[in-house]
Each structure stands twice: as C-alpha cells, then as structure tokens.
Design a protein around this ligand. Structure first.
Ligand code: GLP
Length: 260
C-alpha cells in the first residue's frame, strides 16, 4: 500500500495522471468509477486533460461502484445520473460503455449477479477509483460486510445516511435505506486501486485503512491484502496516521521514473 500525503491539487494530478497513463497505453482499458465528493478533483483534472490535451475515453469502458435502491430514473442523486454529471458525460465515452448496478431492477439479486458477470466478461477492472466513508466503507460495504462479498444488496447504516443527507436537502428520511454495491471481493479483483480521501472527518477511517487490523468492522482494511493500492490523502485526512512522517519521506525520496 503506497500512501501519498499532499495538497488536493497534487492528489488530483496524481490520480488523473495514473488514469491518463493507462489510457494512453491501453485506450480500451476498463475503469472503475466512484461517486462521492472525494474523487471530484480527479474528475475535473480528467476533463481538463480531455479538453486541453486530447485524452480520449472513446474506447474505454467503465463500471461504477454502487447505486441506491429505488430512486426514480431521473432523480439527480441516482448514482447513474451523478456519475454522468460528474465525469462520464463530460468526456467522450461511447454510448453504452458506462455500466452501473441497476437499483430499479425487478430482481435485485439477479441484477447484482449479472453485474459481477459483466465486469468479468469485460476482462476485469484495470484501475478502480475509490473514496472511503467515515465508517470505513468502500462502495457501500458497511461495517460487518463479508470481506469476500460479491455485488449484493446492503442496508445503509444511520451514519452513512446521515453523512449523505447533505445530498438530499439535509433530510435523512429522503436517503434510501438500501443500496446495491460491488462487494469487497469484486473491488479486490481490480488490478490497481486508487483511493482518495480528504478532510479531518476521514482521518480515523484512513488510520484504520492503512494501519489498523484487517477487520469487517472497517471494511476498507481488506485493501491491505491487495498487491497494488495507492492511498491519496491530504494533511487533514493523514492527521491520525502513526507513520505519517515515514510515508512523507518515502514519497519524497521516490525515484521520478517509478509511477504510482
Ligand atoms: C458514499 C459512496 C462511497 C464514497 C463515500 C464517501 O456513500 N457510496 O463510494 O466513497 O460515501 O463519500 P465522500 O467522498 O462524499 O465523502
């Protein structure tokens, strides 16, 4: 696990730069995209690279992490709409190239199984962007999630619904109770995972992710078992790391030719 502590603009450049490097060498790469506010600076930088430097997504495919159950198709907070608004509709993905779990499916369990099959059939995710919840969730894998879970239906915790109420007019009752999420095993199958977290509210989750014991109580800790994870954090999110100085000096001494 590589930990990079830097200002948000630098984190955005690093995250977007990793996607750029992948797409320039493999234009048909499979990307894993996350909603939430944390990846937005990365998406803005990707849009800049697309507009100003010709970075193309025309041959790429993308799979999103999760979705609320039951939000109407045109609801602005439906993750399918959010991801289109934040990134995929701002660059040149081909139509039909962006996939997400179907929170309106008549048979939700079948939709989850079909989603995992679709990722496998696409050859797996080359690069997965992740955020992290204050309770240590990735995707919507809440505390107590099986560390070997596939894509499935989950019940959101009160904490997550309270955290996300800001997107629903600060009314927790408007936040759905259920979601579909890529499972922890699904996420772990991605070849490279780039997690971005900023702000003091993420400091404990980041501490657990990087330095805590692997536990279903902090689902993101499963990433300690992944061979290629990059954790991009600002100073505030790094505030509780015991080895912060070590991560800083390691990154400062990193040879320029060695990518993330
Ligand atoms: C949301 C999403 C996650 C996201 C997390 C943090 O509920 N399901 O994919 O990483 O919570 O969101 P934010 O980046 O807005 O803090």
């Amino acid at each position: 696990m590589e930990v990079v502590i830097a200002a948000t603009e630098e984190l955005a450049r690093l995250g977007a730069g990793t996607i750029e490097k992948l797409l320039r060498s493999r234009p048909d790469a499979v990307l894993g995209l996350a909603t939430g506010s944390s990846p937005l600076p990365i998406y803005d930088e990707l849009v800049r690279l697309h507009v100003e430097e010709g970075l193309s997504f025309a041959q790429a495919r993308a799979f999103t992490l999760d979705e609320y159950v039951g939000l109407p198709a045109d609801h602005p907070e439906r993750y399918r709409n959010v991801i289109e608004h934040e990134i995929t509709g701002r660059v040149d993905f081909a139509s039909g190239a962006v996939h997400g779990p179907d929170g309106l499916a008549a048979d939700l369990a079948a939709a989850c199984a079909a989603y995992d099959d679709a990722i496998t059939e696409a050859g797996g995710v080359d690069l997965q962007i992740l955020g992290i919840g204050t309770d240590g969730h990735i995707g919507f894998n809440e505390p107590g999630s099986s560390l070997a879970s596939p894509t499935r239906i989950k019940t959101l915790t009160e904490q997550t619904r309270a955290d996300n109420a800001r997107f629903f007019g600060d009314d927790i009752d408007q936040v759905p109770q259920h979601c579909l999420t890529q499972g922890l095993a699904t996420i772990m199958a991605a070849r490279h995972i780039v997690l971005i977290a900023t702000g003091r509210t993420k400091a404990n989750a980041v501490h657990q992710l990087v330095e805590g014991p692997v536990s279903a109580m902090w689902p993101a800790t499963i990433l300690q078992h992944h061979p290629h994870v990059t954790v991009l954090i600002d100073n505030a999110a790094a505030g509780r790391l015991q080895l912060a100085d070590y991560y800083r000096s390691t990154y400062a001494a990193k040879p320029g030719w060695q990518g993330l």
